[in-house]
Design a protein around this ligand. Structure first.
Ligand SMILES: C[S@@+](CC[C@H](N)C(=O)[O-])C[C@H]1O[C@@H](n2cnc3c(N)ncnc32)[C@H](O)[C@@H]1O
Length: 285
């Protein structure tokens, strides 16, 4: 059965008081996190990437597995495997080139690296700390011969990567931590990277109520908002309802390049999103 979609606003005082009453043992850790996040936000001067990079630094220092959302080794293994099995079930082939945006410490990436041909895996992340943890994952799983590419980035332009190369682009649990301008920046550029027939899958925190965030760490969106945003940048998008059958709280959307005739029909709109085509670049970083 598909996961029920929450419609309550987790940032509201009423929700927080109800949550505190139900989980009194979590109040002190929540307040500590709130204080830490407030300090990090002040230091990053409103720059979300700088802020989230600092969050990742602090979380990775505590536990790299927890920094990507699964503090136990067992859950880390399970979440990585789930992502891998899903994409293989959706046609990922060893000869594909794959880009993972927000690769973290290769929770899923280690499976992709192992499965894909040598040099076909590209991971990018905004956090140097988690990329160092990713290198350790490569060592721990003897994946050095697969020559995975892992690059630190500062924004979603991904200008260092070749156009039209990637049949699969994947971002798991990244837009769940991203404000809308970062997501839009990704949509502005990801079309340039996709190979013909390729797709970009991302997960997000779904709400059917008011869109909101919690501590600027977790963001909740209506699917229609994200689909419309992708379409604004000349992409096609639809929800992946089979993902909702899996034991995971986030939902998934797939973005593709529209068929050429469909794109041609949209006069005045961009069919693809190559760099330098007149769209001003956003500035999340
Ligand atoms: C919850 S972790 C998930 C990591 C990995 N996708 C996985 O499933 O194991 C989110 C990751 O996305 C990275 N991240 C957040 N915002 C990003 C952005 N705008 N561009 C690239 N990476 C980002 C974080 O540094 C972190 O490593």
């Amino acid at each position: 059965m598909p996961t029920a979609v929450p419609s309550h606003n987790r940032s509201s005082l009423a929700h927080r008081l109800r949550y505190a009453a139900r989980h009194p043992q979590r109040v002190v850790p929540y307040l500590r996190r709130h204080l830490r996040d407030w300090r990090l936000q002040r230091r990053s001067g409103g720059n979300h990437i700088a802020y989230y990079r600092a969050v990742m630094k602090s979380d990775t220092a505590r536990n790299p597995l927890g920094a990507v959302g699964t503090p136990s080794q067992e859950r880390w293994n399970a979440l990585g495997r789930m992502q891998f099995d899903y994409l293989v079930g959706h046609g990922l082939k060893p000869g594909d080139h794959m880009l993972e945006i927000g690769c973290g410490n290769l929770r899923a990436g280690r499976h992709f690296i192992d499965y894909l041909e040598t040099g076909h895996y590209y991971g990018v992340d905004i956090s140097p700390d988690i990329l160092l943890a990713a290198q350790q994952t490569v060592v721990d799983h003897d994946l050095q011969d697969k020559l995975p590419h892992m690059t630190l980035v500062d924004d979603m332009r991904l200008a260092h990567l070749p156009g039209g190369r990637f049949r699969v682009v994947h971002a798991h649990s990244v837009f769940s931590h991203s404000p809308v301008h970062v997501i839009e920046d990704c949509f502005r550029h990801v079309g340039r990277l996709l190979a013909p027939g390729g797709f970009f899958d991302f997960t997000y925190n779904r709400t059917d109520g008011t869109e909101h965030d919690v501590l600027r760490e977790d963001f909740y969106f209506r699917p229609a908002t994200l689909i419309a945003l992708a379409e604004k940048h000349g992409l096609a998008a639809h929800t992946m309802d089979d993902w909702d059958d899996l034991p995971h709280k986030q939902s998934k959307i797939r973005v593709t390049l529209p068929a050429p005739e469909e794109a041609a029909g949209k006069s005045g709109e961009r069919a693809q999103t190559p760099d330098g085509d007149g769209e001003p670049s956003g500035s999340p970083a």
